[in-house]
Design a protein around this ligand. Sequence first.
Ligand code: UDP
Ligand code: MG
Length: 309
Amino acid sequence: MSLLSVIVPCYNERENVSYFYEEFRKNDAFFEEKKLDIEILYIDDGSRDGTAGEVKKLREKDERIRLISFSRNFGKEAAMYAGLQKSKGDYVVIMDVDLQDPPALLPEMYSYMEEGYDSVATRRVSRKGEPPIRSLFARLFYRLMDKISQAEIMDGARDYRMMTRQMVDAILAMSEYNRFTKGIFGWVGFETKWIAYENIERVKGETKWSFWKLFKYSIEGITAFSTAPLTIASFIGVFFCIVAFLAIVFVVVRKLLFGDPVSGWASTVCIILMVSGVQLFCVGIVGQYLAKTYMEAKKRPIYLVKEEL
Ligand code: UDP
Ligand code: MG
């Protein structure tokens, strides 16, 4: 018998814990037929609404359920990492508890794994039910990432993904503190089958992602997988040096030919403002990378477990 580990990060999802379980169980017959043992790892990411208690209740009925509770909220990235570390399965799948990652896809995903793929990943082809402005920025982000990073990131890619133990071990070997799992999946490679599906809205509760959080997450993604902004900063520097050189030649020649009547206060102020703005922007970019390096250098644990069942 093979074992399939199901990793379910939960943050304040009391209402969804059992919904998810019920929906998941609809595949039981399939798993039985395929001789697949199951373990469901609910990762309670520091919830304060009694999510852990809800999981414990389920655990009394079903021993296949495991619970890992964090000491505080560490974020979904940390929850996924913990799940991968604690999972024992020959196959591992990561799923949201809000049923936006439909369990009904599992049989199809598993059948591709049987065909020999190392990983089966999912992407949303539509974003219905999402604010348009958010979809727009998401699209722009994926397009930008695709251009500037070495890791392949599919537009609309979700974290819903089934993997072999071999791939999980490769991901675990990337123990960086600033985790951008979507990039890590692409970076480690392996043969991946993509499945597309229409967006599904969450059953209960609200999304944990504000626009600001998503913005910060996208900066995380860019700095984690690309140094292109640093290169761009140096190019901007070179560009301004060339412009300055031409300006010097122009001013000197004009002085020699026409003398030097005092004028041009307005243009001088504009130039100073513009150039100092660009300088601050570039220092900011360098600062982003420095900050990430600083956090990596501390080697803090990615998560802390309070309780494990
Ligand atoms: N989640 C988590 N920790 C967090 C935020 C979210 O474990 O700090 C979990 C959440 O419970 C859910 C999944 O990550 O199972 C996706 O979160 P959400 O549905 O809020 O994001 P969205 O689907 O809107 O992108
Ligand atoms: Mg969701």
